[in-house]
Design a protein around this ligand. Sequence first.
Ligand code: ZN
Length: 253
Amino acid sequence: MRWRRNETDLRATNSGYVRVFVNLGRRLYDLQQLDLRLEKTAEMLSRVEHQLNHNEALEKAKSDLEAIQRDQAALQERQQAAEHAVDDLHAKLRPIQQKLFAGSVSNPKELGAMQQQANQIKGHVRVEEDKVLDMMGQAEALQNAAAAKAADVDSIEREWAEKSHELQAAQAELMAALDSDRMMKDEILAQIDPAHLQLYEKLRQKKQGHAVAKIEQGRCQGCKITIPVSELSQARAGELVQCGSCSRVLCVP
Ligand SMILES: [Zn+2]
């Protein structure tokens, strides 16, 4: 498929402007390579930015530490409740024991009942004290776990400080590369006929970014079909020729 005869451009030289031959296929190929590079750079930038905004290891360590701290707070509440229960039981036991030791109760039946009540309370005290002891053990284990996790958070944060510097440097570099490629693209676009650009964009969408194919050993590198001699010579002459098989614009390297 042919488009138009050779285009020429004015190019500045030492002796003034001269008309230079423009190879349409190659110009679109240059645009395609730039577009592919722009896409790749934008993708790398988005990966770097994702990494900058999501430090999963740090987030996990912090949330683990918070979970341990919540467990510690809940345990502390239960331990205080058990300790209060022990205090209350002692407060109940004290007057009974005072009476018993004072020997002021002489009625054996009353004495027996008081003794039984005191024993019952002592039994409850033991149960509550066992609970407190058990919870003290749990508190110690949680304390150790919290200290270990806090150390993890610290070490991940130190590593992250270094890593995020590297990522920020990479981000700046990629952003600068994007800016310069976008400027270069604007320059190329200004030199391309709008109809050719429209064709390029249409093919680019259809061919996953590869609108232009090089001709190598007489074959279209997009679909590997042999290009007829007449079209080959048109492409060599710089005309815009599309592959009869895959429709890509052909470029002579
Ligand atoms: Zn082809």
